[in-house]
Design a binder for this molecule. Structure first.
Ligand code: 9UX
Length: 68
């Protein structure tokens, strides 16, 4: 499965690293691509192991909001 999350509040390279790192730590996530200018985060994952709720939580734990 691949989804595109819209993440609000990432403005620098460190923001990008924080979000990427948090998502990569999730069991079942196999690929994370962050586009800083658009806030789009493409995640490839195994839906048997993780969920969009887990991803939302991981991103929010880093201090960023997932929009819709
Ligand atoms: Mo620097 Mo990114 O404070 O939030 S880590 S802009």
């Amino acid at each position: 499965m691949e989804i595109s999350l819209n993440v609000k509040g990432m403005t620098c390279g460190h923001c990008k690293s924080s979000v990427e790192g948090a998502l990569r730590e999730l069991d079942g996530v196999t690929s994370v691509e962050v586009d800083l200018s658009s806030g789009k985060v493409n995640v490839t994952y195994d839906q048997a192991k993780t969920s969009t709720d887990d991803m939302r939580q991981a991103v929010e734990d880093q201090g960023y909001d997932v929009v819709a």
